[in-house]
Design a protein around this ligand. Sequence first.
Ligand SMILES: Nc1ncnc2c1ncn2[C@@H]1O[C@H](COP(=O)(O)OP(=O)(O)OP(=O)(O)O)[C@@H](O)[C@H]1O
Length: 567
Amino acid sequence: MSSSGVLAINPLSDTLILPPRPLCSEDPIVVHLAMSGSVVPIRVLGSDSIQSVKLRIQSYKGFVVKNQKLVCGGRELARPDSSVKDYGVSDGNVIHLVVKLSDLQTINVKTCSGKEFTFHVDRNRNVGFVKKQLAKKKKGLIDINEEDIMCEGEQLEDERLIHDISKHNNDGVIHLFVKKVAKIRVTPREKNFELAIDAPQVNDSRKFDSSNIQHKNGADIVPRENREFWLDPVIVNPKAELPCVVFDLVNSTYQGLEKGNYPKRSSEGTGGAYFMMNGSGTKYISVFKPIDEEPMAVNNPRGLPLSVNGEGLKKGTTVGEGALREVAAYLLDHPKSGRRSFSGEHKGFSGVPPTLLARCMHAGFNHPDGVKEKIGSLQMFMENSGSCEDMGPGAFPVEEVHKISVLDIRMANADRHAGNILVTKGEDGQFVLIPIDHGYCLPHSFEDCTFDWLYWPQARKPFSSETIDYIKSLDAEEDIALLNFYGWNLPLECAQTLRISTMLLKKGVERGLTPFAIGSIMCRENLNKKSVIEEIVEEADDCVLPESSEAAFMETVSEIMDRRLGV
Ligand SMILES: Nc1ncnc2c1ncn2[C@@H]1O[C@H](COP(=O)(O)OP(=O)(O)OP(=O)(O)O)[C@@H](O)[C@H]1O
């Protein structure tokens, strides 16, 4: 595994030829599969679906389909049912393969009594979590209060992260040993006390943890040019207050860096996304995504080529604007109670994690040309037990799916695959969905809008009255003004997208439409068939004179939309 989290394919001496289908009259084409510096020629048919190409890569290379992302000509080949030809891939083209590596770590556990077994745990979990799992799943194996976990003679504190331990193992497996806790019992004996150490092996080596020594770099007094790192929120308009939760996020992230904790690059995703730790180094606190490491940006760490025309991986987006879109999704995710109040409720209706624009300098980011300050989105790290990609949607509460659908429709999200919805459990034991990765929201065309939830059963259920009230309270003009206030002067075409999608959502609920019905209007059925919303926009474009005002254009869109939706 390379440090970039991408598995390298060694260049093959002979061509990797994938057999054309038998009895097929179509001529195969040869394309080049590029990955981590190596290139493998593969033979495909124009009519092959993207899914089938991925399946063949899976069978030849072992990367499961859901972990593969294919990019050709600056565009993600995202639709599984579309064909190689649909995406305009032709003979000699280069297809970039980005493989998402699992964040799961194999753990082997042994106990003093000789029991042994192996299981997997998310690398972002800590030892305390592993203990609980052992106690819960393997009854009798461990009593949380009575036993310690050891790794190579070192006692592991409950807060210790699994990925931290995995750095030191060579064979890809962490070997843990469960042993009885050493206890000190104090028993009164007449006027004295007897001190007993109750431990099976009192001579265990307990290593001194040097990370406990405080490291102060005097960041407030050392001039910036002499500092090893810095982190500030980017505040364009001094009048635009940041919510307290956002300030706390910056502070905790800063403390983590100050203590010397290195940002850890996620093995998932097509861009650079870095997990940042808190001051005590015990948990992740935030995720920093620098704009120069976005897919097809100059310092992208996943080997994707530079964008030739500045367009991002999804149609209608721009490379380098992902961070603004991430922040916009948070700012526009208004709480149910009304607009976000800066000292009060910070959680929005759809639960977008608190996100701000930040500038950060640290050697731990990808700096092929020397360490420089980076601008990017800083988002609160949300504890989770995986993403919607890891499980069937059946158990998700309807309201949870609906809250994501409202966000995606409003924002015309062009990247809502199930991997971008994290899953956790609320206090009531029900699944809670957390939407992340909003770098492709508010595109200036609807072409790439895709919503994985469209095919989930909950999408066919009607919105609740609470959700309908929320949708009725939305106001695109107010939203555009809010983004403007925070410093993002939304380009005209993107503002138009927000106006049209908000209009569709509102008109949809007025007519009692479900998220499925509204979402289907926004998404293409297949790559080459325009969506209903695209047809509406096209018709409106044809109707109005080029010099017409935005208001006149929106009036026309409204009339056409009413006609298409029916009364
Ligand atoms: N707020 C968050 N809390 C917890 N984990 C997160 C958060 N944001 C991102 N992640 C994790 O980091 C990984 C990479 O982040 P993200 O998906 O945003 O990156 P990306 O490069 O934009 O991905 P994509 O290729 O899906 O567009 C995610 O798969 C997720 O596991």
